[in-house]
Design a protein around this ligand. Sequence first.
Ligand code: FAD
Length: 366
Amino acid sequence: MSQYDVLVVGAGPAGSSTAFAAAKAGCSVLMVDKKKVLGQPVQCAEYVPRLLLSRCSISKNSIVQNIASMMTHLPNGEIIETRSPGFMLDRSIFDKELAENARDAGVEILSDTTCLARKGGKVMLKQGQINLDVEPSLVVGADGPVSTVGQWMGSVNKEFIIGLQYTLPLTEPQEHTEVFFQQEFFGGYGWLFPKGDVANVGIGVRLNPKDGNQKTLLNPHNTDQHSLRKKLDIFVKQLQDAGRVKNKPVSTTGGLIPVGGTLKSVKNDMLLVGDAAGHTDAITGGGIPQAVICGEMAGRIGARAVLKGDMGLLNEYEVEWKGFFGRSLENAVEKRVILESHWDELDEIIDKCWVAFRGYYGNRNF
Ligand SMILES: Cc1cc2nc3c(=O)[nH]c(=O)nc-3n(C[C@H](O)[C@H](O)[C@H](O)COP(=O)(O)OP(=O)(O)OC[C@H]3O[C@@H](n4cnc5c(N)ncnc54)[C@H](O)[C@@H]3O)c2cc1C
C-alpha cells in the first residue's frame, strides 16, 4: 500500500491548486480524478472576474477573450450595463494547465481513477479495472458538487441549480456578458457569454431537492433534463429571432451548481475545498475563483498540519477562507432566499438580489 502525506480527490481548479500548494510546501501528494482526460468534458460557462489575477496567474493560452461589462436583462425589458472586467476562459486548457503546474511541483497524478471508500486510514481507489489502496495522512475532497469525501465528513451539498448550456456561433463578437432574468428560469437565469466567434448560451434553474437523485440528474433521459432542454431551446430561439446567435449548437454541456451555502470544511484528517465545500456563489453560480484561492489555502495549511503532525492546525483553513470569502458567500445565500420567496415580483426585488446592483451589497463592504 502506498503512503502519501496528502491525497487530493478531484483534479479541477480546487484540487490542482491544493495539490500544487501542498507539494510546494514539501509534502508528497497524490491527486486522482475519475475523468480520463483532465479538464474534459467542460461543465462551465467559463467567465472569471479579473480579481482572480490578484491571487493566481492565468496563462494567455487559457484566455479566449477579455470581458469589459455585463448586460442584465430584466423581465420588464429593461437592460442595465455594469462594469464587470474579466475573462472568458477555455476551461479545458485552464484545468489542464493547473494540473500540469501541480505535476511540475512534484504531484503524482492518476486520471481515470475514482475514489470509492475509506476504511480507517486506508482509502480505496479504482483505476480502470484495478483496485488501489493508499494511506494518506490528509485527505482533501476537491471532488465537486456531489462529493464522496464530503459524505465521509457528513458535509454534503443539498441545494442545487441545474445548468444546461449550448455553445453556438455568435452573429457578432462582443466584449460583454449577458444575463437574462425570466419568470421561467426559477431561482436562476439565462446567460450568453461570448467566446470569440461563438458563445456559451445556457440556463440555470433551481432544482427541487425532492425531484430526484442528484447523481442521475445529468442523465439526458431524466425528465428534469427534458424540461430544462425545452426551456433552453425556447431561450435560444428568442436569441436567434433577435439575430444574436445562429445555426445549431456546436456542443452541449451542463452540471449542478451548489447554492445552499458553505459547508463545514474540516473534520479530523479531512478537508473540503471548492464546490465540494459549497464555496460556489449562491447567486451568480460562479465558483472558479473560490476553488483556486481556497485550494491554495487548503494546500498550504494542510501541508503545515501534516509536516508538524498536528491536525488541529487544519482549523486555520476554515478561519482563513471565511475571512476571505465568508461574508460575500453568506450574503449571496441571504439574497437567494429573498429572490426565491419573491420570484413573482422579480422586477421589484432584483435590484437587491443581483450583483450588478448597488442594493445587492447593502451597507456592507465585501
Ligand atoms: C453549467 C455551469 C456553468 C458554470 N459557469 C461558471 C462560470 O462562468 N464561472 C465560474 O466561476 N464558475 C462557473 N461554474 C461553477 C464552476 O464550474 C465550479 O465552481 C468549479 O468547477 C469548481 O471547481 P472544483 O475544482 O471545486 O470542482 P470541479 O471543477 O467540479 O472538479 C471536481 C473534479 O472531481 C472529480 N471527481 C468527482 N468525484 C470523484 C471521485 N469520487 N473520485 C475521483 N474524482 C472525482 C471530477 O471528475 C472533477 O474533475 C459553472 C458551473 C456549471 C455547472
